[in-house]
Ligand binder design. Structure first.
Ligand code: AMP
Length: 223
């Protein structure tokens, strides 16, 4: 079994990144680090940082690079991550963030960057029906609700539609993805780190594809 995987997950909002990152983190026994979840926690706790972050998030805009880079740098330098690896979700979203991540991970570079590929039309429909647990971030949908409406199966928290999952904000985030984040895919491609994975199909099918792709890549680079 591969240990200490260090990977980034890219993909449009609604491509299934959150769900698949949780599964990968369990499979490889590494922390799942989601910048979106970290920011939502700060918003919920009402910290000064959270209040500032919420304005960007509700508008469907990205936080300034230097702010989010600081957050990720601190998190990746915690010993659990340094020792055990990580699945990074929601970062990097711009080329300057990718450059900063290369610097942060210089002592132990990334094994791979997976790009979970799903068309924009499909993700729009998925996001419209997405519901999330306010406490633990677990993801449900109108067609796959929690057992007791609308309380989380894992922790009993309230399961709601995210404030930034309105159609307007989602369209803005998808435009932003094409403008700011799509170049990140090319950037990693040029550096030989990119692995493309088809994100269509059931969660189990996509997980199996991802694990096969990660195992193959890590086995090849560490051989
Ligand atoms: P997510 O849950 O990954 O869709 O993130 C929700 C929101 O948090 C985004 O729409 C941004 O406003 C903010 N955010 C998360 N990650 C980043 C990042 N790497 N850079 C800038 N803003 C981010």
């Amino acid at each position: 079994m591969i240990s200490g995987v260090r990977m980034v997950m890219l993909g449009r909002q609604g491509a299934g990144k959150g769900t698949q990152c949780v599964r990968l983190a369990r499979h490889y026994v590494v922390p799942h680090i989601s910048t979106g979840d970290m920011l939502r926690l700060a918003v919920k706790e009402g910290t000064e940082f959270g209040v500032r972050a919420k304005a960007f998030m509700d508008a469907g805009e990205l936080l300034p690079d230097e702010v989010i880079v600081g957050v990720v740098d601190e998190r990746l330098n915690q010993t659990s991550t340094t020792r055990r690896g990580f699945v990074l979700d929601g970062f990097p979203r711009t080329v300057p963030q990718a450059e900063a991540l290369a610097e942060i991970t210089r002592p132990a570079p990334l094994d791979l960057v997976a790009d979970l590929q799903v068309d924009a039309e499909v993700v729009l429909a998925r996001i419209a029906s997405r519901r999330c647990c306010l406490d633990c971030g677990a993801i449900y949908s109108v067609s796959d609700p929690p057992k007791y409406p609308w309380h989380c199966d894992n922790c009993g928290g309230d399961v709601v539609q995210r404030d930034d999952d309105t159609e307007d904000a989602v369209r803005r985030r998808l435009d932003l993805y094409d403008r700011e984040t799509a170049p990140v895919i090319g950037w990693y491609g040029e550096r030989g780190l990119l692995v493309e994975v088809d994100g269509l199909g059931s969660a189990d099918e996509v997980s199996a594809r991802l694990v096969a792709a990660v195992d193959e890549r890590v086995a090849a680079t560490r051989a």
